[in-house]
Design a protein around this ligand. Structure first.
Ligand code: CA
Length: 251
């Protein structure tokens, strides 16, 4: 995999001004993998290894392109392609269980756990300083990662304001997780912004009617994030942190 984020696409925040309007901003909705934790290289490795072992050829790049889907959603993309049908619940559970084992082994061999995404703590602290709620919206159902939120970002997230892979039926790119997050937070789409790193995550947030900040922390062409409707694009969470006060003043 290539961790170099540079490309010919210019990062020029903001790409277009927020809509402003009547509603004051009340919350920022955060994706987790690739936004708060630099966990995507491990996930991509594990997906490619386990799926290919089951006769479902998958490249690490495919994992980045499908990032954000639930486990069963990702698995069914490939069983449809190669077996002509959705995965059964039992197949999906077994594949996802093995993928989790390989992911944990990968992390154990690479420093023990996925590191914090550089700049994420700065973003969260600025969001809190502005008096805004932090809401987690992730397709991941891994308890180990959820538990780690409190360890790495203490005081920022509470269980009542989390939507995980266990809560949703469809998952991203369906708007369901983000609509559920708005409901849990008791706010409207106009009162929130989303921070996402994956094209399908941006698609889900935009489909929920929420203005979306894309951070391109992986190897994908950043144009993919703009094509899905992101309102702002940054090359890293640190770049977002550095511009966040200015961005929030505009919306
Ligand atoms: Ca993500």
């Amino acid at each position: 995999m290539n961790d170099n984020n540079q490309s010919s696409t210019s990062y020029s925040p903001p790409l277009r001004e927020g809509q402003g309007g009547e509603s004051a901003l009340r919350a920022i909705l955060f994706d987790m993998d690739g936004v708060l934790f630099d966990s995507m290289p491990g996930h991509a490795y594990a997906w490619a290894k386990v799926m290919t072992a089951y006769g479902l050829p998958m490249r690490e790049e495919d994992a980045f392109e499908n990032e954000g889907r639930t486990g069963i959603g990702t698995i069914s993309i490939f069983t449809q392609r190669y077996w002509g049908r959705d995965a059964t619940e039992a197949e999906a559970q077994e594949l996802y269980r093995r993928k989790t084992i390989v992911f944990n082994d990968y992390q154990a061999a690479n420093g023990g756990e996925a590191p914090e995404m550089p700049g994420a703590a700065d973003v969260l602290n600025k969001v809190r300083a502005h008096g805004l709620m932090r809401v987690l919206v992730t397709g991941s159902a891994q308890q180990s990662l959820l538990t780690r939120l409190e360890k790495h970002y203490p005081g920022h997230f509470v269980p009542q304001l989390m939507v995980t892979g266990d809560d949703v039926r469809y998952g991203k790119p369906n708007p369901e997780p983000y609509l559920m997050a708005l409901k849990k937070a008791g706010i409207t789409a106009d009162e929130a912004l989303v921070v996402e790193n994956a094209p399908l995550g941006v698609r889900a947030a935009v489909a929920a009617g929420i203005r979306t900040i894309a951070v391109n922390t992986g190897p994908l062409d950043p144009q993919l994030l703009l094509d899905e409707g992101a309102s702002w694009l940054f090359p890293s969470m640190q770049a977002l942190a550095d511009s966040l006060d200015e961005l929030l003043a505009q919306v």
